[in-house]
Design a protein around this ligand. Sequence first.
Ligand SMILES: Cc1cc2nc3c(=O)[nH]c(=O)nc-3n(C[C@H](O)[C@H](O)[C@H](O)COP(=O)(O)OP(=O)(O)OC[C@H]3O[C@@H](n4cnc5c(N)ncnc54)[C@H](O)[C@@H]3O)c2cc1C
Length: 446
Amino acid sequence: MQGLRLKVSGSIRTQSCSLFSRPQPGCEHPIPEMPDSPTPQRPTDTVATHYDDIIVGSGLSATGALLGLDPGKRVLMLAGEPVGRYHYYNDSNTVPCASTACGGLGNDWHGVIPLATAATFGGYSRAQYAALFRRFYPRVDIDALMGESLLFVPWKPIRPLSVLAEQALSRDRDHLRIEHQQAERFEARHGKVFVWTSRQECVSAQRLWLGAGPLHTPRLLERSLQTPLARASVSDHVLCYMGLTRSPEAPKVRRSADGLLFPATYHPDGTALFTLRPARFNFTQLDAGIAQRAAFGMPTGRAIAKLLRRLSPGLLAEALYNRFGLFPAATHYSVYSQSRVADVYTLAPGAPYPLQPETRKIIENHQALDATIPWPGVARSAKPELYIPGIHLHHSVDTHALEQCGINTDQAPIQVIDASVVQDIGPDHHSFKIMTRAYAKACLTN
Ligand SMILES: Cc1cc2nc3c(=O)[nH]c(=O)nc-3n(C[C@H](O)[C@H](O)[C@H](O)COP(=O)(O)OP(=O)(O)OC[C@H]3O[C@@H](n4cnc5c(N)ncnc54)[C@H](O)[C@@H]3O)c2cc1C
């Protein structure tokens, strides 16, 4: 077994083998027969180790599940490839849609957490949302703010790698093993779940938590169950530029010790989230900025350097507001909407990238929102076809068919914890909700 490399507070650290548990005596089982298995079985294979829980993935959802599991449990996390890579929405390779690295897209997310609509997906309580939030951001009075139309943008987004390093150090060495391996397939049999890994090991557990992300979980399910479970399309948020206004008032950005609180305006029926962002330089001309933003996508950590290289002062000014809340007062404001578009991308079977956008649905969504912009006097965008992918992919698995397979039902030993099984993520940023949902599901088993 190779040591785990975890990036902690910006530095790469190699964890020693002390992270890994030793095989449990008496827990060796022959590999169950897999008559139609896609992976040939060697007769000498044995089940290496038995665990209470195996978690597939190491992104935000997998990390949420780990945090929910009692530290006394023996847990194996199959954290993904040793050297991960991004997959992208399209061939221009600007906006990532999936990552096979340890930490997943959690290495790049901006950390935005909505406070208005905490309990959207069911399966967790407001108290659990607040408790998990408080764990990371203790200096924000979450109890007082919960329910307000605010988006919390932390100075330090939750990074799975840091959390995993901390858990590896704090949990007993026999109780948490984190492996840079992929799960190839799994099978439930004799009251246990068996998982075959990319190094041809077979491990077993009482429960399996699947958090490989909305594009990889469906493939893992299909490889394992050999039944069509991946949906032909996947849903996402799209970010649209609705137009330009000489707005009534500057957005009131509040500061806390752990981050910023931006105002958000929800569509009355809860289907969209509108934000105002100061428009400067070339962004004061209608539609001048969206073409740039659409080409640039959702900036990752090195965004500011990239923006500087592009020498777009309008883009830079907007990025400084988005990240640091700087210079909210302006003469003009861009109006953006974020809304969920069901089945907005079609997927090729097998390797689902690049994603094929349903442009008609994106334009129709823009037109429907146009009548509901919550500010008066907005000059309407003439380019409804331009948008920014939300990177909030979800609903990629046929949940009904999955339940027929006995997965993800109450008490089932195999649970999907990422957004692939969530049909409607609501209008706002969903990742912390998904993390809380995974946390709450895991807590139920303690
Ligand atoms: C630039 C950027 C900004 C973002 N900003 C926000 C934001 O502000 N707010 C918000 O809510 N969301 C945001 N997001 C979205 C957010 O990052 C994702 O929704 C979230 O990280 C998804 O987490 P996940 O754990 O479900 O999946 P992933 O992050 O995709 O993790 C999947 C994990 O599974 C592993 N894996 C895959 N296949 C296998 C396998 N077969 N075996 C074992 N492991 C496997 C991968 O290595 C990875 O560790 C942003 C995304 C990006 C890229």
